[in-house]
Write a protein that binds this ligand. Structure first.
Ligand code: XUL
Ligand code: CO
Length: 438
């Protein structure tokens, strides 16, 4: 590490909820064991390279507001090296064990395929040394198949095959980079894979191209020794009006149809799920209960508007709900919690990046403590599972096993008469949940 980019900030330590030091964790204590695992292992927190180190926070109405001290020269490749240095200083000061990147965050595009590959390789070589020196690991890599104008009508679903070949070149290089850096997962977010209008779209053809593309990426990844999960990150809209990877249930159906269930899982992003009209916990549950939960992009939307705000997560209630599902699921590994979140456009101090991540990590850590307390010390599970006891034995069990015909169901209804009315106890459960928030 050369220059300190965050000279006034030391390593962030746990000081507990009573500390008034904003540069300390109030709940996240990496070695604290909860439900048989350290907090570090529960979360496997990762930093999103793009938002934290590349995104200058421009919006459709104005230019960027963040000034990056690592943009020291006019040469984008040289700046990419300074950026890497700043990023690893940040990771180590914050104490997050993982990071995630897109190919183009790490290194600028060259003026040919070979030029882009060379730029990426230069940065991968450097990143390898930083990873070795700091112990920070790569949670996942991905390819940016949406910024360049050639991808304006999609990447692997583009109606022009020539564009598909470029997407292939980029994914190949991004997979090479991920494997070389020991990445534990590889992500596909749909980017512009979707459509703006059916008038100019052959949807079936595009979906099949997406499946074929993913199978070829999978085959290449396995060939070069990638053993981790491939992840699809659902999102219903933005940038296209309709994204093909709409939500968890849609993606699972697609993976099943395209024979990709063995190699792919899902990377669930909170704000994408809420854009699809669900709660964050809904898609976590859909994925987990299908054995398809791969990883999480932790962030938050805004109840008052309908786009991808990528706020840092501060909603404790959502965090508790998520952690209850994860505790039941046996955790998130080999995935993790990547903060796919950005500081606000007017959060212009470099240190704001620390406040944002400290807040996100503390929110989930506190959520974990409360979730574990609810599961261990309340009758939450009994109340939920108790509603289903009629399926635990007798004819209910037979039905669950697929051993009853519809005629037999009819005869049982006729014989047993009107069922007893049984309360769902929602309000009781909501009150129980709130009582544990302390
Ligand atoms: C976009 C998004 C991406 C993916 C990676 O909404 O979430 O940053 O996580 O391409
Ligand atoms: Co994301």
């Amino acid at each position: 590490m050369s220059t300190p980019y965050f000279p006034n900030i030391d390593k962030i330590e746990y000081e507990g909820p009573d500390s008034d030091n904003p540069f300390s964790f109030k709940y996240y204590q990496e070695d604290k064991v909860i439900a048989g695992k350290t907090m570090k292992d529960h979360f496997r927190f990762a930093i999103a390279y793009w938002h934290s180190f590349c995104n200058e926070n421009s919006d459709p109405f104005g230019v960027g507001t963040r000034v990056f001290p690592w943009d020291k020269t006019d040469d984008p490749l040289e700046n990419a090296k300074f950026r890497l240095d700043a990023a690893f200083e940040f990771f180590t000061k914050l104490g997050t064990p993982y990071w995630c990147f897109h190919d183009r965050d790490l290194a600028p595009e060259g003026d040919s395929i070979e030029g882009s590959e060379k730029n990426l390789q230069t940065l991968v070589d450097l990143a390898k040394d930083y990873q070795k020196d700091t112990g920070v690991k790569l949670l996942w890599g991905t390819a940016n198949l949406f910024t360049h104008k050639r991808y304006m009508s999609g990447a692997s679903t583009n109606p022009d095959f020539a564009v598909v070949t470029h997407a292939g070149a980029q994914v190949k290089a991004a997979l090479d980079a991920t494997v070389e850096l020991g990445g534990e997962n590889y992500v596909f977010w749909g980017g512009r894979e979707g459509y703006m209008h059916l008038f100019n779209t052959m949807m079936r053809r595009e979906l099949d191209h997406l499946g074929t593309f993913l199978r070829s990426a999978r085959d290449y990844g396995r060939k070069i020794g990638f053993e981790g999960n491939f992840l699809i990150e659902p999102k219903p809209m933005e940038p296209t009006k309709h994204q093909y990877d709409y939500d968890a249930a849609t993606v699972i159906g697609f993976l099943r149809e395209q024979d990709l269930m063995d190699d792919f899982k899902l990377n669930i992003e909170a704000n994408h799920v809420t854009l699809a009209g669900h709660s964050f916990a809904h898609d976590i549950a859909v994925a987990a209960e299908s054995g398809m939960l791969g990883s999480i992009d932790a962030n938050e939307g805004d109840n008052q508007n309908g786009w991808d705000t990528d706020y840092f997560p501060t909603n404790l209630y959502d965090a508790i709900e998520t952690m209850i599902i994860l505790l039941d699921n046996g955790g998130i590994a080999p995935g993790g919690f990547n903060f796919d979140a950005k500081i606000r456009r007017d959060s212009t101090d470099l240190e704001d990046l620390f406040h944002a991540h400290i807040g996100g990590m503390d929110t989930f850590a506190r959520g974990l403590i409360i979730a574990d307390n609810i599961l261990e010390n309340s009758n939450f599970r009994e109340l939920r599972e108790g509603r289903y006891t009629s399926f635990d034995s007798g004819n209910g069990k037979k039905f669950e096993n697929g051993e009853l015909t519809i005629e037999e169901l009819r005869d049982l209804a006729a014989k047993n008469g009107e069922p007893e009315v049984r309360s769902g106890k929602q309000e009781l459960l909501e009150n129980l949940f709130n009582r544990y928030i302390r």
